[in-house]
Design a protein around this ligand. Structure first.
Ligand code: ADP
Length: 400
């Protein structure tokens, strides 16, 4: 069975084609700058990566270009596009109505549309991708996998905010949670690696990419999560502030004269590592700047680690027990230095870092980074959201 996985942003279409007999990736790539005059298609297949300028005035045109390259005589991996058995779409927000991967029909499309307000940047783009895929291949089943889905099991005392109840009942203000496909994937993988049943594992999963989030997992189910109504809450991120006192907004509105739009941009795009370091949103740049003596970069890194330690501590308290802390995402999977600081910051919980294991855990490798006698093990588990979506799609297409 071949499954095509799509992740549509407002101006990009990322894709991977899986052969599900062995879960290998046959081809992957991205169309960037969809909608502009100079769109770019980057395509990797058969060990080759090619880049070409393309004309992609909209998502439909971009999707058609991808299907064309998949059957191209030189760059392609399929004889015919009809070899694709199912298409899986990453969708940001399912609101409270949909929390399971599902076959896309008009009802599902309506729910994605209803949640445009809660996911204004992503849901419209996700729906464009779905419509483009349906238009290009009308007879192939399409599946939606929601980033919010894994968090449907959060209890009300974890997902409600202490604000007037009508904000929830009338305006749907609550914690939804994001990066769910990643947290779900690493939860299952960690259970497997720890020799536990997926429904019995207790974990704290920490996704550290450009966006950063943390989930408390009890008996394989999410019971708390750091992101909230939007992906702005919680840990410090590349450009997002994470937690702040909401009154900072009133203050910066009245004293700093910032408009709502400016506050939104400041907290989402100009804060986090970028805002504090003044250097970059990219962890590698911040690490290099701190190494070179930049004090603002060093402070940004200390704040980043401190916030992670505080969240792990609070999630440790609410879990019945904790089998492991799991680190994933670009930073969690690759940065020996950041992991080393995290390990040191968790010493009070009985974490004993193993620097040799940490140093040897390089890109793509799963394994513990603590000693065998560490009371609380810390593991690195590379995430694979696309594969999770491909598996979900296969199950639904097969009707298992
Ligand atoms: P996204 O959240 O967009 O999927 P990733 O999960 O790829 O992003 O994570 C991107 C982050 O990972 C960036 O901050 C990048 O600097 C960081 N990163 C990637 N490789 C390394 C590395 N070797 N050392 C430190 N940070 C790294």
């Amino acid at each position: 069975m071949k499954v095509f996985v799509v992740n549509c942003g407002s101006s990009s279409i990322k894709y991977q084609l899986f052969d599900m007999t062995d879960e290998s990736v046959l081809a992957k790539g991205v169309v960037e700058r969809v909608g502009s005059a100079d769109a770019l298609l980057e395509h990797t297949a058969k060990g080759m990566t090619t880049k070409q300028q393309v004309v992609a005035p909209d998502h439909s045109a971009g999707m058609k270009l991808i299907f064309d390259v998949l059957v191209d005589a030189q760059l392609g991996v399929l004889k015919s596009i009809s070899e694709i058995d199912g298409i899986g779409h990453r969708v940001l927000h399912g609101g409270e109505k949909i929390n399971q991967p599902c076959l896309i029909d008009d009802n599902v499309r309506d729910v994605i549309r209803e949640n445009f307000l809660l996911g204004p940047l992503h849901n419209p783009a996700n729906l464009m991708g779905i419509d483009a895929a349906i238009a290009a291949m009308p007879n192939v089943p399409n599946v939606a996998v929601f980033d919010t889905g894994f968090f449907a099991t959060l209890p009300p005392h974890a997902f409600r905010y202490a604000v007037p109840s009508a904000w929830y009942t009338k305006y749907h203000v609550r914690r939804y949670g994001f990066h769910g496909t990643s947290h779900r994937y690493v939860t299952r993988k960690a259970a497997e690696l720890l020799g536990k049943h997926a429904g019995e594992v207790n974990l704290i999963t920490v996704h550290l990419g450009n966006g950063c989030s943390m989930t408390a997992v009890a008996n394989g189910k999410a019971v708390d999560h750091s992101m909230g109504l939007t992906p702005l809450e919680g840990l410090m991120m590349g450009t997002r502030s994470g937690d702040i006192d909401p009154a900072v907004l009133f203050h910066m509105h009245s004293v700093g004269k910032l408009t709502l739009a400016q506050l939104d941009a400041a907290l989402n795009k100009q804060s986090g590592l970028l805002g504090v370091s003044g250097v970059s949103n990219d962890m590698r740049d911040c690490l290099a700047a701190a190494d070179g003596g930049n004090e603002n970069a060093a402070l940004a890194l200390r704040m980043y680690i401190y916030r992670i330690a505080k969240y792990v501590g609070s999630y440790y308290t609410i879990l019945p027990s904790c089998d492991a802390v799991v680190l994933t995402g670009g930073v969690g999977e690759n940065s020996v230095a950041v992991r080393s600081w995290i390990l040191q910051s968790l010493a009070r919980l009985g974490v004993k870092g193993d620097e040799k294991r940490n140093g040897q855990t390089v890109r793509g490798k799963a394994g513990p980074v603590t000693t065998d006698d560490s009371t609380l093990p810390v593991w690195v588990v590379p995430t694979n959201e696309e594969l999770m979506i491909a598996r979900d799609t296969m199950v639904l297409v097969k009707g298992e």
